[in-house]
Design a protein around this ligand. Structure first.
Ligand SMILES: *[C@@H]1O[C@H](CO)[C@@H](O)[C@H](O)[C@H]1NC(C)=O
Ligand SMILES: *[C@@H]1O[C@H](CO)[C@@H](O)[C@H](O)[C@H]1NC(C)=O
Ligand SMILES: *[C@@H]1O[C@H](CO)[C@@H](O)[C@H](O)[C@H]1NC(C)=O
Length: 858
């Protein structure tokens, strides 16, 4: 992906090259020195903050590790000039050095400042204690380069062709000589396969602009010297990154990456001829995981994880004399490049991803001081709103947009004729989030939500009527998340309460108590349902009117947000997302299983895309470059493709019109059958009739016609469950319906005698004999005479008083007794002599005949 960077600032000093340094950590300021013996300090928007006038040319400058203090040295003074960024105040310290200073560097681990001189002397100054440690004769010639390690060791390189390593007291702990002038000394960690010694123990230095010299502090006698191809030219500069890799820029325009892993040491992993004539600087941003080189009149940016792909190319057509130095802020947001003719350009390489949506309208940060409001779905052209501050929150409503930082918010009205600035408000704490609806704003700060009108009401209205703080006076809850729909304000607390307030009269409508704390709440656009995430990172869907709630299945603990579908005919679809994936769910309100949420599938998100809006299966995401990009959900491919998996998707999302078309295209009966089943589950009887008609399932069509007019929901659902062969569910549904006997009928028709008997005990005792008898007949048929007998018995005993079939039953009872007897002795038949067995048979037959003939007459 090649994106262009937006130029956020250009400054110009005519003449020669510039020196400049970004404020460390914060990157709010940039200090620039031209040829005019002054150092100017600008904020990141180009506003001049202060200017240090020096007695001579600036030789070096550096910011301390936190970016609080800028230290500057000049060629005509023995003082070090300090500027405190927090109070905008300049001061000086006397270095006590007699010769000219040549080098200055703050420690990256403490308040220590190292200053080197032309004659090789060193001063270590502790800013906290004001202690100065002068070290005379550290080197015999000019100190030209140096570096602090994170353990506060100081490496220095000098024109005397040696490199020293000193501790923070200034004592030399190592010294090594090199063949030519050292430059660009750096500490790093080199990957050795065996014991990796802790901390930064490798010192690297470019020697004579030709070789890279690496030596381990723990093993100084075995240095490694790496040489490079002649055609690359000389080493301009190099940077360590990642797990022991070095990026090197060469004068002939080459951009080379080598490894320091011991087995492949010095091996080139990547090489690109980025600039035709010359390269002047390389830079790395670990925050962005990107590297850049500049040369000729262009900047090229690579992704460190995919070096081959060029991330961006910036051409500065007007800079015909060429570019000079590149430098990124620590957070990677801004990239500065100076030019040979003395100009400085600053590019925006990353924006905070800040955006909000309301319905289909989006508002998002497109530049540090610009918010763009757009509504592509409704065909509105994007409007850029220039804002007063670099915001840390944005809120958009139907008619307004608000931005703010700390405890202050600015409101703008979105009119047909453009954007009108309304007012700014101060709150009683730092605002975490804000929401707007057509009239109100709700700001969350320090556990409270302040609800107030965006525009002031009429003169007659009291201030009190215009603003209100939640939770109410005596409640001690701490609000952690809130949301505003046109009618309701919702908030969730760390104690697990979700409150719904009617905005119109500020009355609490409902309060739901969850067993653990709430993390985030996401109501659907009109507030009838609310998805929420709790402290255990589980997701739920709540119906705020009656507290009924269901857990969202397959809810990943990494999920950070939920978006509801805004396409008007797709109620109940929503997505949850984390940094890598989007998960699609459908809420099915009315199924035979009751309300339920189904997980439909997941979609991979491109790197650093933050979802802002979901409209008909298309996700609009915000990217780091301040743009939006759309991602089609993989769960909605039925909108563009027609294969069988798409039918299942469409049915899971309850998109019946699309599913109907798909079935027509697919043609086969399997599709119609699948859709038919889905209609039964969703209790869409009319549609199911049409679908089963298409598949030629006459039996089902007739069964469905028979239950068409049923209004009792449970009864209807029971029938549908039965048609789906889910008899247990059907039984449960019948039992809760107005005709529980239907359950018994179903079991009897199905010849589920056990269940039927159980139901009969509950519902209709008088049926037990009949069921028992039918059961007995069936048991007899399968040869289970013992149980058949017991059911015959039941059939009689339950009815003996009134029975007029008594004699017949006696006969049958007798008959079965005999049958059972034979059955039993059959097992010991081999033990009986065969004539005895035959005799018994004969007896039985005679008895039965006698009974059958005699008893009915009695
Ligand atoms: C900082 O101080 C200088 C004088 O020391 C003043 O000219 C300048 O306006 C101040 N800048 C700001 C932003 O206050
Ligand atoms: C929610 O929206 C639907 C359709 O737009 C509407 O029928 C319903 O009345 C709305 N409910 C509320 C509480 O506003
Ligand atoms: C709760 O309300 C929702 C929406 O109005 C409704 O669908 C659901 O059936 C209700 N649940 C209960 C248990 O009353």
């Amino acid at each position: 992906m090649i994106s262009s960077l937006s130029l956020s600032l250009s400054l110009s000093w005519l003449g020669s090259c510039l020196q400049y340094k970004w404020q460390k950590t914060l990157g709010n300021y940039i200090a620039v020195a031209g040829s005019d013996s002054s150092v100017k300090i600008f904020d990141r928007h180009g506003q001049r903050k202060n200017e240090l006038n020096l007695p001579g040319r600036c030789v070096g400058m550096d910011w301390d590790k936190d970016g609080d203090i800028l230290a500057v040295i000049s060629d005509k003074s023995s003082s070090v000039y300090l500027w405190d960024a927090n109070v905008n105040k300049t001061s000086q310290i006397d270095s006590g050095m007699r010769d000219q200073m040549s080098f200055i560097l703050w420690s990256k681990a403490g308040p220590l400042l190292a200053v080197g001189t032309n004659k090789g002397n060193l001063l270590i100054y502790n800013q906290q204690t004001s202690r100065k440690i002068p070290v005379l004769g550290k080197h015999t010639k000019r100190i030209t380069c140096g570096c602090w390690s994170s353990q506060n060791l100081l490496a220095l390189g000098s024109e005397d062709c040696s490199v020293t390593i000193s501790n923070q007291e200034g004592d030399t702990v190592r010294q090594t000589s090199v063949r030519s002038d050292p430059a660009d000394v750096q500490f790093s960690v080199m990957k050795t396969d065996e014991r990796s010694s802790p901390g930064e123990s490798t010192v690297s230095v470019a020697v004579g602009k030709k070789t890279l010299f690496l030596f381990n502090l723990n093993d100084p006698d075995n240095p490694i010297e790496l040489a490079f191809q002649q055609r690359y030219g000389h080493i301009i500069s190099y940077r360590w990154y990642g797990d022991g890799y070095i990026l090197i820029g060469f004068s002939q325009g080459y951009f080379v990456v080598i490894s320091t892993h011991i087995r492949e040491i010095g091996q080139e992993l990547f090489q690109a001829h980025n600039h035709k004539d010359s390269l002047t600087s390389v830079a790395i941003s670990s925050a962005l995981n990107k590297a850049a080189s500049c040369g000729d009149n262009s900047i090229k940016i690579h992704d460190l994880s995919e070096l081959k792909e060029m991330d961006a190319i910036v051409n500065l057509e007007d800079e015909t004399q060429g570019l000079d130095q590149l430098s990124w802020t620590d957070d990677g947001q801004l990239l500065a490049v100076s030019t040979q003719r003395g100009a400085l350009h600053v590019f925006l390489t990353r924006l905070p991803i800040l955006g909000h949506s309301c319905g289909t309208r989006l508002a998002y940060l497109t530049s540090l001081l610009e918010v763009t409001v757009s509504n592509r779905v409704e065909g509105e052209a994007p409007v850029a709103v220039a804002v007063e501050v670099e915001p840390n929150f944005i809120a958009v409503g139907p008619y307004h947009v608000a931005v703010g930082m700390n405890n202050r918010a600015w409101f703008y009205a979105l009119g047909d004729s453009g954007v009108e600035r309304l007012k700014d408000m101060e709150y009683l704490g730092t605002i975490a989030t804000m929401c707007l609806n057509s009239e109100y704003a709700a700001a969350l700060f320090e556990g409270k939500v302040q609800l107030h009108m965006v525009r002031r009401g009429g003169e007659g209205q009291h201030e009190q009527r215009q603003t209100r703080l939640f939770p109410d006076g005596d409640r001690k809850e701490h609000i952690v998340s809130h949301a505003l729909t046109n009618d309701f304000l919702f908030y969730g607390t760390d104690s697990g309460v979700i409150v719904c307030i009617l905005v119109e009269d500020w009355q609490m409508l409902n309060e739901y108590r969850h067993p653990v704390g709430i993390k985030k709440v996401f109501p659907d656009p009109n507030g009838t349902r609310l998805a929420f995430i709790d402290d255990k990172s589980d997701g739920f869907l709540l119906s705020p009117v009656n507290d009924s709630h269901v857990e969202i299945p397959s809810f990943s603990p990494t999920i950070t947000g939920v978006l509801w579908e805004t396409w008007p005919s797709d109620k109940g679809v929503f997505v949850s997302f984390d940094d890598d994936k989007v998960y699609t769910y459908a809420m099915h309100k009315n199924t035979i299983y009751g309300p339920r949420v189904v997980f439909v599938g997941s979609t991979k998100l491109p790197f650093s895309h933050k979802p802002l809006l979901l409209y008909n299966g298309e996700l609009t995401c915000q990217t780091q470059s301040g743009k939006t990009s759309s991602v089609a959900l993989s769960t909605h491919t039925f909108l563009t493709h027609t294969h069988s998996p798409q039918l299942t998707q469409a049915l899971m999302l309850k998109r019946f019109p699309e599913a109907w078309e798909l079935c027509k295209v697919l043609g086969g009966p399997a599709g119609w059958a699948e859709m038919g089943r889905s209609c039964l589950i969703h209790m869409e009887v009319e549609l199911a009739v049409r679908v089963f008609r298409m598949s030629g399932n006459v039996g089902m069509v007739m069964s469905l016609q028979g239950i068409k007019g049923i209004e009792d929901r449970s009864l209807l659902a029971g029938h549908l469950a039965m048609f789906l062969n889910d008899y247990n569910l059907a039984q449960d549904l019948y039992l809760e319906s107005s005709c529980p006997n239907t359950a018994l009928e179903m079991r009897r028709d199905l010849q589920h005698w056990d269940s039927a008997l159980m139901l009969a005990k509950r519902l209709a005792e008088d049926q037990i004999p009949f069921i028992s008898k039918e059961y007995a007949v069936q048991l007899e048929f399968i040869g289970d005479y013992v149980n058949a007998l017991s059911h015959y018995e039941k059939g009689m005993t339950h009815n003996n008083k009134a029975s007029h079939h008594y004699p017949l039953q006696c006969v049958l009872w007798f008959y079965f007794s005999i049958q059972a007897f034979i059955f039993c002795i059959r097992g010991v038949k081999n033990l009986l002599p065969s004539y005895l067995s035959s005799f018994l048979h004969l007896c039985v037959c005679v008895c039965v005949c006698v009974c059958v003939c005699v008893v009915p007459g009695a």
